[in-house]
Ligand binder design. Sequence first.
Ligand SMILES: [Zn+2]
Length: 96
Amino acid sequence: MSSKTKRICEKGHSYFKSSDCPTCPICEQERKPESGFLSLLSAPARRALENNGITSLETLSTYSEKELLTFHGLGPSSIPKLKEVLANNGLSFKKH
Ligand SMILES: [Zn+2]
């Protein structure tokens, strides 16, 4: 008998869990500062980056704009957004 129990995390989110794992799924989702930039993008652009293993700004900064634009799903409109996030974090696209 493993009935799910309702729990409330320290931040007040209520969720159901059957295991003893105390992790709140809502907090889990909110706690992603590194991949937060992905949420700025459209779904196809986000998938394009994820499919290429780009889930952090550090990884993103190892690519040039040109390389990123070769990814299927990532259009030119995504570049300014990415550029801005990189700049806000003291990073930039790879040159050339
Ligand atoms: Zn929570």
